[in-house]
Design a protein around this ligand. Structure first.
Ligand code: MTE
Ligand code: MOS
Length: 788
């Protein structure tokens, strides 16, 4: 059964509230009388021994109720999810600038912040490490290194006609969710707490708060209405702020709210992991990739956070959408003295894919051919095996490539660019094609589960609770569509409730692009059960069965009956029973109008002792073309076009999916081009404001941004055949680096360009005019007095 067009074109159910400014975020919750506000005192230095903390002045400051430190924690001072290596509040040692040491609670936010400014700490500095390669040399690893292997790499090198080596690095990325991190914790009766948190992972907040407070999870209820963006930054790192608010509420028995200001959020929360990598690629004379070796050094920051899981996805995606028969990928998660880095859209996948694209570019440049020739030659086909053992099935890598090339007339575009470059001296264009392949499922198999609780109220309206957190990606719209479709009612009948741990427990975070699939499938199951019960009763009403409750086992479909457009149908014939009448009659006949269902993705498994298995429910594929236009004099550039042919399966909500694709592409381009994190020699983030950290705005978005929907039959594990779309399109942005690189080489074929992203205008200018820069800098220059 396919969703009706009305449901497919639902758009985003939140749109009206958003544009009117009526949607509720954490900071919009009405505050209870007596609410206290928190502010965090954090380490000013990157590494040291905490000798003393001076909090008396803060304690005595106006409005201050308490200054809490590690010693005030009743349970365990531990928030590490994968590795227990991260205290909530530093004790004994600090490991990065921005690490929370104390939290002040005061009657107003301003008072709390003012009090934090009165605090100082005596910290004896210790040597700090900021370079992941150096951390690896020193043996400072978060977890033991991991290696994925396929084929016989050592033997393969001798069969290669061409072998190239190099290094590549990608920078971090600030999530810049519009709503900063925050939480509001309210004491409830009998020693309970309700925590409103801007989190992608309500259960992580609940579990960690219980651990830190030393109380059972059932005393804590976490509630999330929606987030003003998460992008992975609130998968794990919403937790500390929520637990600090909970700590305040627990100790002070008053509602406590903690919301980070932007600069504090940028300073105190982790980002996309920067990576440094080494690669070696071997090609046959016919340009098939025969061998690929890669070593990744992940800058994990000072604690594990999600780094081991992110590292794993780097390994899963190190061959992107290419078949590589012989490969060895080794990955080190390196402990450094910066803020612990965390999930960010793509979850380590983009970092892995950038390196193989760099290896292909290096080979193509040396061989004097287009990267596209090597890329196309090596695209995955059905039956090819991934380095982790899964066999490519329903593989649309080539389909999207071919569709892109013909639909957007790439050959003509290439000629046009050549003509442009031949006739322009101070402007050059570059084109890059970027095929992508992204595995859908959490790579930790146990996380691939979700539940739904669906109530049909006696007036026929429907309330749905799931584990899914709405963060702008449109999952509420999709779950509502599933329920409307499943029950045969209009979307207006369905309301998606907040995400609440007391209604839906033991949830995985909304992440890995899997929320719509997992929660949608659970909702589908709950609706199946409800529909079966209701139709069994309809059969009685129509005289087709004697009894419903007694006669028809729950779940058995009543022969020939269906609900469509809010009416019971007998085959193709509408009956006299409307949805509301059916619900009312069923209620009066004591039919249960609530269903709960659980879904766990079938078939997937992975054995980390052999690093082989079938970890993904399916893969998302696509290909993009990115064109950059470079100002050769200034080193500035624009991304002229981003054109993609993407495999959405059969999109259940094209408006939402287009938004995801366009937003992802622009976010990916930002990571590759302009977003640059800068730390000073002491490891303090200097780019901690929007004036110094540049994210793409509408002017930086591609002048032409077109995403074509390849309307293909979706895989069975995708909800309603509609493939997951949250993260994959970000990967197209990688093409922006290579497009700019090609434009630079069009201007200066000898340009020495590092495989180092972001390729900022500064780097571009140096690559274009490197020799002249060096000469200028060597020449003595008159010193000028500083302006006052
Ligand atoms: N889109 C918006 N508007 N806001 C977000 O925070 N997060 C991204 C992606 N798209 C995000 C977004 C990330 S990192 C993921 S994993 C998915 O959405 C999560 O939602 P999904 O599982 O429903 O795709
Ligand atoms: Mo997304 S990085 O999996 O939250």
């Amino acid at each position: 059964m396919k969703p009706t067009d009305a449901i497919r074109h639902a758009g985003n159910v939140d749109a009206a509230g958003h544009v009117r400014g009526e949607s509720i975020y954490l900071d919009d919750l009405p505050e209870q009388a007596g609410t206290l506000h928190g502010a965090v005192f954090a380490s000013p230095i990157a590494h040291g021994s905490l000798r003393d903390l001076h909090r008396d002045a803060a304690r005595a400051a106006p409005g201050v109720i308490a200054v809490l430190t590690a010693t005030e924690i009743p349970g365990e001072n531990q928030i590490g999810g994968i590795v227990p290596d991260e205290p909530l509040l530093a004790a004994g040692e600090v490991h990065y600038a921005g690490q929370p040491i104390a939290v002040v609670f005061a009657t107003t936010e301003a008072a709390a912040r003012a009090a934090v400014k009165l605090m100082t700490a005596d910290i004896e500095p210790r040597s700090a490490v900021f370079d992941p390669r150096e951390a690896a040399r020193l043996g400072h690893l978060i977890v033991p290194p991991r290696s994925f292997r396929i084929g016989d790499l050592d033997a393969a090198w001798s069969q290669c006609a061409h072998v190239f080596e190099g290094s590549a690095e990608t920078g971090g990325q600030e999530h810049l969710y519009i709503e900063t991190q925050g939480a509001y914790a309210i004491p409830t009766e009998a020693g309970g707490l309700r925590i409103h948190s801007s989190t992608q992972g309500p259960t992580a907040v609940q579990r960690t708060a219980a651990r830190v407070l030393g109380i059972p999870m059932h005393r804590i209820e976490v509630d999330v209405t929606r987030l003003g963006g998460g992008f992975g930054g609130k998968e794990d790192q919403a937790t500390p702020w929520a637990v600090l608010a909970a700590l305040g509420a627990w100790r002070l028995r008053r509602p406590c709210k903690l919301v980070l200001h932007r600069a504090d959020d940028m300073r105190m929360t982790g980002k996309r992991h920067p990576y440094a990598s080494d690669f070696k690629i071997g090609l046959a004379a016919d340009l098939r990739i025969l061998a690929y070796e890669v070593t990744f050094y992940q800058d994990a920051g000072a604690a594990a956070d999600l780094s081991p899981a992110v590292l794993e996805r780097t390994l899963f995606h190190h061959t992107n959408s290419y078949f590589v028969p012989n490969a060895r990928a080794t990955a080190y998660s390196c402990r450094t003295n910066v803020v612990p880095h965390t999930a960010f859209r793509g979850f380590g996948g983009p970092q892995g894919m950038f390196v193989i694209e760099a290896a292909i570019a290096r080979a193509a440049e040396a061989l004097g051919i287009e990267s596209a020739v090597i890329q196309e030659r090596n695209l995955l086909r059905d039956g090819d095996v991934f380095p982790y053992g899964q066999i490519a099935a329903r593989c649309n890598a080539r389909r999207t490539w071919e569709d892109l090339v013909s639909r957007f007339e790439i050959a003509a575009l290439r000629q046009e660019i050549e003509r442009f470059n031949a006739s322009h001296a101070t402007e050059k264009k570059g084109l890059a094609l970027m095929p992508i392949c992204f595995g859908i499922s959490f790579t930790k198999t146990f996380m691939n589960q979700a539940s739904a609780l669906v109530h049909v109220y006696q007036d026929g309206s429907v309330g749905v609770s799931t584990a899914a957190v709405e963060m702008g990606q449109g999952v509420n719209s999709k779950v509502a569509q599933v329920a409307a479709h499943g029950l045969g009612v209009g979307l207006a009948r369905v309301r998606i409730e907040s995400t609440n741990t007391a209604r839906v427990a033991n949830t995985s975070p909304s992440a890995a692009s899997a929320s719509a699939d997992l929660n949608g499938k659970a909702t589908e199951r709950a609706c199946d059960a409800l529909r079966a019960r209701l139709l069994a009763h309809a059969a009685v009403m129509l005289g087709k069965a004697a009894t419903a409750a007694g006669g028809s086992p729950a779940g058995a479909p009543a022969a020939g009956l269906a609900v469509r457009d809010e009416r019971v149908y007998d085959g193709d014939t509408p009956t006299k029973i409307a949805w509301v009448d059916l619900v009312r009659a069923a209620f009066l006949n004591r039919v249960q109008l609530t269903a709960q269902a659980h879904y766990a993705t079938p078939e997937i498994h992975f054995d980390w002792t052999t690093e082989k298995g079938h970890p993904f429910a399916y893969h998302a594929y696509g290909t993009a073309a990115i064109v950059a236009r470079l100002d050769v004099v200034r080193g500035t550039y624009v991304i002229e076009s981003a054109l993609a042919s993407h495999d959405f399966g059969r999109s259940m909500n094209p408006i939402v999916d287009r938004g995801q694709a366009e937003g992802g592409i622009v976010q990916g381009i930002g990571w590759m081009t302009m977003e640059e994190l800068m730390f000073d020699a002491e490891g303090r983030l200097r780019t901690n404001a929007l004036s110094t950290y540049k994210v793409p705005d509408i002017y930086a978005a591609p002048e032409r941004l077109e995403v074509h929907f390849l309307d293909l039959e979706g895989p069975p594990h995708a909800i309603l055949g509609s493939k997951a779309v949250g993260e994959p399109p970000l990967l197209y942005g990688i093409g922006a680096y290579f497009a700019v690189r090609r434009a630079i080489r069009a201007a200066n074929p000898k340009a020495d360009i590092a495989f180092s992203a972001p390729i900022t205008p500064e780097k571009t200018l140096r690559a274009l005019h490197g020799a002249r820069f060096a000469a200028r800098r060597a020449a003595p220059r008159p010193t000028r007095a500083h302006a006052p």
